[in-house]
Write a protein that binds this ligand. Structure first.
Ligand code: GLV
Ligand code: MN
Ligand code: MN
Length: 413
């Protein structure tokens, strides 16, 4: 069979994804595999078993990033790398992240079945803590590996129970010995579900992002005065939750105020002591601002911060703000993007150029080497929820595009 007729095994890819989806399965049909939880560990164990089964060299670095390497004819050449993440959101979906890791695995299994020897080595990767939901910031593994985040600072990041990322890495046995620092890569392809409604709306199978929007995260801590709700008059209260409520609406109004090309969200809030008969004494909430226009996102935040300070002062609360994460807007490598468009066309899949509104490890990786992504449609545009789904046919189509792009890159001398 000539290389141009080569296709992945869609039945095997489906079975692999279904096997993985059993780990951390939720009653609503999704998965919960929070970073460095027992479920993450079990999924990592299965993934590394599968890497060993096809004879790959398995390496784990000090951030718990897992690499499976298949040698090329020329071992000295920088490899072609592909992967994504195994961790999930709380009550998340069965495709986000894992499709990219299992998709890369299916590609290498196919290459292995055919006995193809590529010029360059190929590496499959699972990046640690992409989601940033249990531990902030997101994309911690790729952030440290690319030198954009400080390893020890990341080790010290704690979840809401005070467990630190570094300790949890050790606990699950995935604090590896290799330094988490980059080596040269020839190309990085990340295969992922779209997580939005565009491809379905356009009736296209393959999405080809030009890049990823900037993602800015902030944590807001408010300190008011807790008190008995009955005897305390309404006048003069310093209610931290009411203060937060005003701020949450300001965040929601921000994109319209700034004139579009932006989304802004408060997704997480902790109210304390969280009792129906105590005036809320303290609140912690998060702000997520994303835009393809980075200056707009920064100007929006500056205005919002002033609003927050005014609201806090008027309502008698102290405010503390943490700049938790700023991942810049990321344009992808034009040559790789064009290669994905061409491969889609050759394989007979309708494709669509777009921008990714979701964050991916590809953001950090693209700052150190040629990077691009392949998207497939999300049914109903739903993601980060248990009903997240993509048809098996589309999963296979995306993996075929990945196969051809990786083979092409891996044949380059
Ligand atoms: C990652 O999933 C993100 O877009 O926040
Ligand atoms: Mn993802
Ligand atoms: Mn996600």
């Amino acid at each position: 069979m000539s290389v141009k007729d080569l296709r992945v095994n869609g039945v095997r890819l489906r079975a692999t994804l279904e096997e993985m989806a059993k780990i951390g399965a939720t009653p609503g049909g999704g998965v919960q595999r929070l970073a460095l939880s027992d479920e993450d560990k079990r999924a990592r164990d299965l993934f590394t078993r599968w890497l060993h089964e096809i004879g790959l060299e398995v390496m784990v670095d000090e951030m718990g990033n897992i690499f499976g390497k298949r040698a090329g004819k020329n071992r000295a050449l920088p490899p072609v790398v592909s992967g994504s993440h195994i961790d999930s959101q709380p009550k998340g979906g069965r495709f986000d992240g894992i499709l990219g890791v299992m998709g890369a695995l299916e590609v290498v299994r196919t290459i292995e079945d055919m006995g193809i020897q590529t010029e360059r080595p190929i590496v499959i990767v699972d990046w640690t803590n992409e989601e940033g939901t249990r531990f902030t910031p997101a994309m911690a593994g790729s952030g440290v590996w690319t030198g954009k985040l400080d390893r020890d600072w990341v080790y010290g990041r704690a979840d809401i129970h005070g467990k630190q990322l570094g300790q949890e890495l050790e606990r699950i046995g995935y604090k590896g010995g290799l330094p988490a620092s980059m080596w040269p890569i020839h190309a990085y392809f990340e295969y992922h579900i779209e997580q939005g409604p565009v491809l379905e709306g356009e009736g296209k199978v393959i999405g080809v992002p030009e890049g990823i929007v900037c993602i800015h995260w902030y944590d807001i801590y408010l300190e008011g005065t807790a008190n008995q709700v009955g005897p305390t008059p309404m006048e003069g209260r310093n209610d931290a939750l009411c203060t937060a409520a005003e701020m949450v609406l300001k965040v929601n109004e921000l994109p319209a105020t700034m004139g579009g090309n932006m989304v802004a969200t408060v997704g997480e809030i902790h109210n304390s002591p969280n009792s129906r008969n105590i005036i809320p004494g303290s609140v912690h909430f998060t702000v997520d601002i994303r835009s393809w226009d980075e200056d707009l996102a920064i100007r929006a935040w500056e205005g919002l911060q002033e609003d927050f300070e005014g609201i806090a002062a008027r309502r008698g609360c102290l405010i503390r703000i943490e700049d938790t994460m700023r991942v810049p807007r990321t344009p992808f490598n034009e040559r790789l993007v064009n290669g994905i468009l061409e491969a889609s066309q050759r394989l007979g899949y309708a494709s669509h150029s777009m921008v990714s509104g979701a964050g991916h490890d590809a953001s950090y990786v693209s700052q150190v080497g040629p990077t691009a992504m392949i998207f497939v449609p999300s049914i109903g545009g739903r993601s980060h929820v248990e009903v997240e789904s993509t048809s098996w046919e589309d999963c296979e189509a995306g993996a075929n595009v990945l196969l051809h792009c990786m083979l092409q890159s891996a044949s380059e001398k």
